[in-house]
Ligand binder design. Structure first.
Ligand code: KIV
Length: 296
């Protein structure tokens, strides 16, 4: 019986780079966009392999990666180091860098200078900033300097204290209209996309027909153009409090603890390393070493 000819599997189709226009096209086609945060080379590689559309180096890294109690303390230099590492793990998704608190609010010049560092030093395709109000002018200035901007309204963690804490926003008509004003102003300022965080699904439904740019939701219900989750939340890596909108798709933290605990007990019980984990030496070479050591 002759062997069937071997057919090599076709290489996986190379995905086209995600661009601002391909994101806008997704919205027009009604195809949901997938965004996830990533903060380093391995998490970016995971996002790339999973085929997500947009990677955000979120300032949530302050809490998930750097262990700060909120997003407020993280510095531009810390964010740039994380964003640069994520860049090196990515090819296809659009890479958005989060401008940290205090790095863009003072003036248009400050906002442009910080956004430029994210593009020049970390290789980001775009930046994100939080809030309406004065952030609308900053967004306009950054867009005017040639850098795409994603806006972020609703729960804006950088100013959570002023919002009454980490709680959903826009639940009264007055606050709902403020969120609407912020979103529309950021769109008018030239943002290419918006994040809606922690607002009622009803408010999202009322706003969506009025917004032409892609809206990515996190705790904003299903009516948006795409969803974003924090990498450590969705994979169950982070041990902190998880917001109501988080869905856990894996329990990586438990797997990691189990792995390290197994390693520790193997070391303590002398099960690791086994012979296959070591290197060998030809017997005559070992004899020569022994003789030389004995001669000392
Ligand atoms: O910092 C972050 O991770 C974010 C997302 C939650 C949108 O801003």
């Amino acid at each position: 019986m002759s062997a069937a000819p071997r057919v090599s599997p076709a290489p996986p189709a190379r995905r086209a780079r995600v661009t601002l226009s391909s994101l806008a096209e997704k919205k027009a086609l009604g195809e949901p966009a997938v965004m996830v945060t990533a903060y380093d080379y391995p998490s970016a590689q995971v996002a790339e392999a999973a085929g997500v559309d947009v990677v955000l180096v979120g300032d949530s890294a302050a809490m998930t990666v750097l262990g700060y109690p909120s997003t407020v303390p993280v510095s531009v230099d810390e964010m740039l180091m994380l964003a640069g590492a994520a860049r090196r793990g990515l090819d296809t998704p659009l890479l958005v860098g989060d401008l940290p608190f205090g790095s863009y609010e003072i003036s248009d010049e400050q906002a442009i200078a910080t956004a430029q560092r994210f593009v020049k030093e970390a290789g980001c395709d775009a930046v994100k900033l939080e809030r309406g109000g004065t952030s609308v002018d900053r967004a306009r200035a950054i867009v005017g300097s040639g850098i795409p901007v994603m806006g972020h309204v609703g729960l804006t963690p950088q100013t959570a204290t002023a919002l009454g804490g980490y709680r959903s926003q826009g639940r009264t008509a007055e606050r709902g209209l403020e969120v609407a004003d912020d979103a529309l102003a950021l769109e008018e300022a030239g943002c290419f996309a918006l994040v809606f965080e922690a607002i009622p699904s009803e408010l999202t439904e009322l706003l969506m027909p009025r917004i032409r740019i892609p809206v990515i939701g996190i705790g904003a219900g299903p009516a948006v153009d795409g969803q974003v989750l924090v990498f450590h939340d969705l994979l169950g890596i982070y041990d902190g409090h998880a917001a109501r909108f988080v869905k856990r798709y894996a329990d990586v933290r438990t797997a990691m603890i189990d792995g390290v605990a197994d390693y520790a007990s193997d070391v303590r019980e002398r099960r690791y390393p086994a012979p296959e984990h070591g290197y060998t030496m030809a017997p005559d070479e070992a004899d020569r070493v022994r003789e030389a050591l004995e001669a000392v």
